[in-house]
Design a protein around this ligand. Structure first.
Ligand SMILES: [Fe+2]
Length: 295
């Protein structure tokens, strides 16, 4: 039942209809579609759970806190999106890759602009003394398996303490980040340290949410990549360690089987490690990135 007095809305359903009516004049068709669905779902959600005023105000405080924690080094909203699984739903809908192309995963909140361009074998972890040395190598290929020369790899990861450079309050310089190019055979080589699993920042609203819902904050060990080349769709992805205990329960839902790799342990020197002056024990991992042509 609904009644209106002098044209004013009196029930919650009247309000939903009236809000939608006010948005009818939105000139951009896509914006109109999005705002209509947003209002319908948001009002529907509030009605579904019979939201109390106290709960509404808690939500306002939660979102306020999330925004207040964001600055050029901390992105609590991306973390919220990631831990609610929203980032991966968006990823999966937008990157349905053809057979053979490298799958994408979350971008995450820790990418920073300004990483240095490095030669093949460049060390992105020069100040990480605690980590086990690791070499990541492979090729960037097209869907037919032809090498892509001059492809760009933007690489970043947490250090062997499980922290990104931006999480150290007393440091401003970039660390554990680098830009690499493939050679004429499509090959790349990155020197780093073996990644470790880490807890996402949990001293803010996202951490509060995880604790209140009995969820853990851990992400399995991984290295981030954005791989791009002229004429191809860039891919934002990770490689994961196949021995990690959190592969099945990544707190941001980002693991895909095709991105799980085996990090091989070496206890003796070989040519490559000798050339890069890497002392055993060290690890190697080989991973080929396959790009699909730009639509
Ligand atoms: Fe990460």
């Amino acid at each position: 039942m609904h009644t209106t007095v002098k044209g004013r809305s009196t029930t919650e359903d009247d309000i939903t209809a009236e809000v939608l009516r006010r948005f009818e004049g939105t000139p951009d068709v896509r914006l109109r579609e999005i705002v209509f669905a947003l209002v319908r779902h948001l009002h529907g959600f509030v009605k579904d759970v019979n939201l109390t005023e106290a709960e509404w105000f808690s939500a306002i405080q939660f979102l306020t806190g999330t925004g207040q924690l964001c600055d050029d080094k901390r992105q609590e909203f991306i973390l919220l999106s990631d831990t609610l699984g929203v980032s991966m739903v968006v990823d999966l809908m937008n990157h349905r890759k053809p057979e053979g192309a490298t799958e994408s995963t979350v971008f995450g909140p820790f990418h920073r602009e300004g990483a240095r361009e490095m030669p093949p074998g460049g060390n992105i972890a020069p100040r990480d003394d605690g980590g086990s040395p690791m070499m990541i190598s492979g090729r960037v290929l097209d869907l037919s398996g032809r090498p892509i020369a001059g492809a760009r790899l933007d690489v970043w990861q947490a250090d062997s303490s499980g922290l990104y450079d931006s999480q150290y309050a007393d440091r401003d310089e970039l660390h554990m980040r680098g830009l690499f190019r493939t050679d004429s055979d499509g090959r790349y080589l990155v020197r780093t340290v073996r990644p470790v699993h880490y807890a996402i920042p949990n001293d803010g609203p996202v951490g509060q949410m995880l604790r209140a819902t009995n969820r853990h904050p851990w992400r399995p060990a991984h290295v981030h990549f954005v791989v791009s080349a002229d004429g191809f769709e860039p891919v934002t992805t990770h490689i994961f360690d196949d021995t990690d205990p959190y592969l099945e329960s990544d707190t941001v839902f980002a693991v895909k089987d095709s991105l799980i790799c085996h990090f091989v342990r070496h206890d003796a020197r070989d040519d490559a490690s000798q050339r890069l002056a890497i002392e055993p024990p060290f690890y190697t991992v080989d991973f080929d990135f396959v790009l699909k042509p730009r639509a």
